[in-house]
Structure formats: structure tokens, C-alpha cells
Design a binder for this molecule. Structure first.
Ligand SMILES: NC(=O)c1ccc[n+]([C@@H]2O[C@H](COP(=O)([O-])OP(=O)(O)OC[C@H]3O[C@@H](n4cnc5c(N)ncnc54)[C@H](OP(=O)(O)O)[C@@H]3O)[C@@H](O)[C@H]2O)c1
Length: 314
């Protein structure tokens, strides 16, 4: 089978397509013929050697795959063969086939394609579980940074669905209109607008040096959800901002999907896929790229902001 590997850390040109033996499912595992793999900024960080936990060079990237079960190991019912499924793979989804533990797969309902599944994938799981942990209540004001990105488009939609009044921060008027169509009540253009307002919840997959400035926008008892660092790591000033607004009892929640067990992930993914099947949540796909051009997907993520998710097609 064909797979993409990272032979050494570096820019998008290090990505190589290689021939590998198809993996075989062992006990309690399944083999998935990959029809779609998600591409996210986290893959760029892994390729650069900037993602913790660090993989050794030689790994195949890709946290999430969807496709058809083509073989099962001992302990897995034979009738799973032929099922359309999604799985968090940890790594290795940039390939024609991938083996995963059976406890990690989620069946796709009618009406949800493999591309839809990975377009939601990690991003929708992060947004939904983090928002649930923040106990978002009806009518609360929610700010979403990086709103047009992979996590952002899911956070905007889900925060609105859960009853929040959403302000989306993005980088162009055209992206702002698309975000309003996904449920944002207000839009701020980070390239031109003076930001204003205070919020009960701030969803932040961007971070960066000015994270503290955003922390100071929390209302009393506000919750700050630090979900990623597409704009770079926050500085220690962030903690000064927490102290400066101590009287408001701000909470800082750092959230990684890596800390969540398969049962919780599976239940959340099933609920999200059913929302898509019922028309309540949209899979937002920026582009579909052939497996052999994975480097192009990474270049795109690193040059101009994507809107939603890039999907890799073996
Ligand atoms: N918590 C977890 O478990 C988890 C899981 C997966 C990924 N992540 C992390 O989450 C982060 C975002 O991932 P993603 O896939 O959503 O990335 P993405 O699709 O590239 O989206 C990031 C968005 O942030 C905005 N942005 C980018 N650079 C910025 C800057 N310097 N200043 C302000 N805004 C900027 C852009 O949106 P606009 O132009 O619309 O503003 C961009 O589209 C990454 O660090 C990734 O590693 C975390």
C-alpha cells in the first residue's frame, strides 16, 4: 500500500510517499481501507518536530481516518467487515489502509460520508467536549478565536447549538459572512477591527504572545478554553493577566483530546455524526487533496488560512 511518511523533521518537502506492506489486524483490531484522512495544523507541528508527545522520524502522520472495515482480528465480529467507520488513529492515517483497536472505531450513520466524518473528527470532538466541560449555559457570550480554522468552525457551530451567543474572530469579511451562516451572531475581523466586549467563555485554538490580552476579556466567572497554539505558545504574561483579573475568578482550562478515553470519544463522535445526519451541524471542507500530494495540503495550512478542514484522499 501507499503511505506518507516523515523521514526527518522539516518543512512540507520532507513528506514522502512510500510503498509499505499492508498492516494486519491482530486480536481486537480492525483494518480500515482509508477513504478520507483529516489534515490539521497538529500534523504540521508533528512534521516539524514541534508536537508533544514527539514521534521519532519515520512515522506516518494522520490522527484520524474514515473508510470501510476490510478485515478484523480475533475477538472482533466478522460482520464488522464492510462497515463504514471513523477512527482516531493516533498516527498513520496518511495511508491507503490503517489498523486500529476495535474500541476506537465509531460507525457512520446513513448520510455521513468518510470526508464528512474526518472534517468533523478531532476538531468537532475537541470543541464539543471542551464546551461541555465549560458548562456553557443558555444565552452566555462565547468568543471563538481562529473561527475559520478547523477547530474554529466546529466551535462556532456547536457553541451556537448549545445556546451560546457567539462572536467569531476571523481574518476577512468573506470568512465573517461564512461564519455568520454557521451560527455566529457577531463577527470581528482581527486584521482591521478594534476588538471589544467581554465574554463568559473564550474558545482559543490560536494562543500566541497576546493570549493574556484575551484572558482579560473574561466576564466574572468566565472560562478560558485553551485548545491549541496555531499562533504560537502563550507567554508567562498570560498568568499575570489571570492575577490582574483575579477578582473575576477566571478559570483557565487547557484541553487536549489525548487525555480522553475511547468510551467518551466514541459517545461524543456518535452524537456529532448524528447531528450531521439530522442537518444540525455542517461538515466544512476547505479542500480535498490526493494522498500523493500531502505536501500541498501542508503548504496550504502554513500559507493562507483554511476555512474548515483539508481532507486527504488515498
Ligand atoms: N486540544 C486538542 O486536543 C487539539 C487537537 C487538534 C489540534 N489542536 C491544536 O489546535 C490548533 C489549531 O488547529 P486547527 O486544525 O484548528 O488549525 P487551523 O485549521 O490552521 O486553524 C487555525 C486558525 O487560526 C487563525 N490563525 C492562524 N494563525 C493566527 C495568528 N497568528 N493569529 C491569530 N489567528 C490565527 C486562522 O483563522 P482566522 O483566519 O479565521 O482567524 C486559522 O485558520 C493547533 O495548534 C493544533 O495543534 C489541538
Amino acid at each position: 500500500m501507499k503511505a506518507v511518511i516523515v523521514p526527518s523533521f522539516g518543512d512540507s518537502h520532507v513528506l514522502r510517499v512510500v510503498d509499505q506492506a499492508e498492516p494486519r489486524p491482530e486480536t481486537n483490531q480492525v483494518l480500515i481501507k482509508v477513504e478520507a484522512a483529516g489534515v490539521g495544523y497538529v500534523d504540521v507541528m508533528a512534521r516539524n518536530g514541534a508536537y508533544q508527545p514527539l514521534s521519532e522520524p519515520g512515522f506516518s502522520p494522520g490522527l484520524e481516518a474514515a473508510g470501510t472495515v476490510t478485515a478484523v482480528g480475533e475477538g472482533v465480529p466478522r460482520d464488522w467487515v464492510g462497515q463504514q467507520v471513523f477512527a482516531l488513529t493516533g498516527s498513520g492515517a496518511y495511508a491507503e489502509s490503517v489498523v486500529v483497536d476495535a474500541c476506537d472505531i465509531v460507525r457512520l450513520p446513513e448520510g455521513v460520508s468518510a470526508a464528512d466524518a474526518v472534517a468533523l473528527g478531532v476538531n468537532a470532538l475537541v470543541a464539543s467536549i471542551a464546551l461541555k466541560r465549560a458548562n456553557l449555559m443558555d444565552g452566555e457570550r462565547v468568543l471563538v478565536r481562529g473561527a475559520g480554522g478547523g477547530i474554529g468552525v466546529m466551535a462556532v457551530q456547536l457553541a451556537a447549538l448549545y445556546g451560546g451567543v457567539v462572536t467569531a474572530i476571523t481574518s476577512s469579511p468573506a470568512r465573517g459572512i461564512r461564519l455568520q451562516n454557521l451560527g455566529a451572531a457577531h463577527v470581528q475581523d482581527r486584521t482591521t477591527d478594534q476588538d471589544s466586549g467581554t465574554f463568559d467563555i473564550i474558545v482559543d485554538p490560536v494562543a500566541g504572545q497576546d493570549t493574556g490580552r484575551w484572558v482579560e476579556k473574561l466576564r466574572p466567572n468566565g472560562r478560558y478554553l485553551l485548545l491549541g497554539a496555531a499562533g504560537g505558545a502563550p507567554t508567562v504574561d498570560t498568568f499575570n493577566s489571570i492575577l490582574a483579573t483575579y477578582h473575576n475568578s477566571p478559570s483557565l482550562h487547557a484541553f487536549s483530546l489525548n487525555s480522553i478515553g475511547p468510551g467518551t470519544v466514541g459517545a461524543a463522535a456518535t452524537a456529532l455524526f448524528h447531528l450531521v445526519a439530522q442537518g444540525g451541524l455542517r461538515a466544512v471542507i476547505d479542500d480535498e487533496v490526493p494522498l500523493a500530494e500531502a505536501h500541498r495540503a501542508h503548504e496550504r495550512l502554513e500559507s493562507t488560512p483554511v476555512f474548515g478542514k483539508i481532507v486527504l484522499r488515498p
